[in-house]
Design a protein around this ligand. Structure first.
Ligand SMILES: [Zn+2]
Length: 386
């Protein structure tokens, strides 16, 4: 049992639970117990091997607006322990930093938020705000049984969600320098070009699929898909793999396969991108087939009270104006934004996420918890200047 209101001790307790996606390893039970003590009611929304927990304050009261914290308790695999300076699931303080898998992504933010709630609610509920916490253990994995799956029934439990703060590590160099107000979409494609196998010395007797694939790839990597929007960079395509069914210098392969991924802005739709790529393929390799996987639609949150509260808190406590952008990978915020909530992401510096020796600066972790507390106060109209 760690001390209520202390983000560092709670972050350590979470890091010690080896929750490689989709495992939760008891993180949500620990957090749920802490929130239950604060008067939250718990809803287990788990799906199969994925743990999902919704904790809600003041159920049945729809008078106050709802601020939902969205986080994940799973982490990416650490790789070999020997590559780490200290074991990835043994939280270790060193040189003012807390080391361990998930320290920055995102057990640190989860601990900072829970500790902020504990400090704030020690004297009872907030008069003008309801708090909720939604956690999944399937953010780093396929993300199909996590927030994507529970989003459909979420509103039944929560009622309208006014604001959603996502604890993803948004900061680049200093705490609060960057907040995310949306994310790009992600569309993956697999292109299969059929050919006819043969001896390289007898090309007339074969049909080389790589020769049909090459001009397709040349167009894909030079095409300008769009020019982005005010807050989104232009859509990009990256090739991620090229394979053939043979591996000999004297054989023309019978099939060639290329894989690619697009990170797209709202200036393009997934279906328009599919259509444009299909037309390019049709010109050079009409017998080819395309398979698609749309893992994320882009989302963008208009500026609202949450962004205003975050900007004011960061300005006051960190002395900087956060840059609002849509960079980085996808986030589970994409499943909450369509429910009508204003979604903003604010978390620690992301310099070491998914890396060996992942860490969070201890002073920054404590400052983040203070920042979260300040943001909650502003939205609850408890802040002296609001
Ligand atoms: Zn994360």
């Amino acid at each position: 049992m760690t001390a209520a209101g202390d983000p560092l001790a709670l972050a350590e307790a979470l890091i010690a639970r080896a929750s490689v996606t989709p495992a939760d390893a008891g993180c949500q039970a620990l957090i749920g117990g802490r929130l239950k003590d604060l008067g939250f009611s718990l809803h287990d929304l788990s799906r199969g091997e994925v743990s999902n927990l919704l904790a809600l304050q003041d159920e049945g009261s729809d008078a106050a607006p709802l601020l939902l914290f969205l986080g994940h308790t799973d982490v990416v695999p650490p790789g070999p322990d020997s590559a780490w300076s200290s074991p990835p699931f043994t939280p270790t303080r060193r040189n003012g930093k807390l080391y361990g898998r998930g320290a920055a992504d995102m057990k640190g933010s989860v601990a900072a938020w829970i500790a902020a709630c504990e400090r704030l609610l020690a004297t009872g509920p907030l008069p003008e705000l309801r708090l909720g916490v939604l956690l999944t253990s399937d953010e780093e994995g396929p993300a199909t049984h996590g927030i994507r799956a529970v989003a459909e029934e979420l509103l039944v439990h929560t009622g309208p969600i006014d604001w959603c703060l996502v604890g993803e590590p948004s900061s680049a160099r200093a705490l609060g320098d960057t907040i995310r107000v949306g994310r790009r979409g992600s569309l993956s494609g697999t292109l299969r070009v059929p050919g006819r196998q043969g001896h390289v010395a007898y090309p007339a007797l074969a049909d080389n699929p790589l020769h049909r694939l090459a001009p397709v790839l040349a167009e894909l990597v030079t095409e300008q898909w769009d020019t982005g929007t005010a807050v989104f960079p232009a859509t990009t395509l990256q090739l991620t793999g090229i394979d053939t069914d043979t591996d000999a210098s004297n054989v023309i392969p019978g099939e060639a396969v290329a894989r690619f991924n697009l990170r797209f802005s709202p200036a393009s739709t997934a279906s328009a991108l599919r259509g444009r790529i299909g037309a390019i393929v049709q010109r050079h390799a009409p017998a080819a087939t395309l398979e698609w996987w749309l893992s994320a639609e882009p989302f963008e949150s208009e500026p609202g009270a949450l962004r205003a509260a975050i900007s004011a808190s960061v300005a006051e406590r960190c002395g900087i104006t956060p840059e609002a952008n849509t960079a980085g990978g996808t986030s589970d915020g994409r499943f909450i934004a369509p429910l009508g909530a204003e979604v903003v992401e604010l978390g620690p510096v992301n310099a070491t996420i998914h890396q060996v020796d992942e860490c969070v600066d201890i002073a920054e972790l404590e400052a983040l918890s203070g920042l979260y507390e300040d943001i909650i106060r502003r939205l609850a109209r408890l802040h002296p200047t609001d």
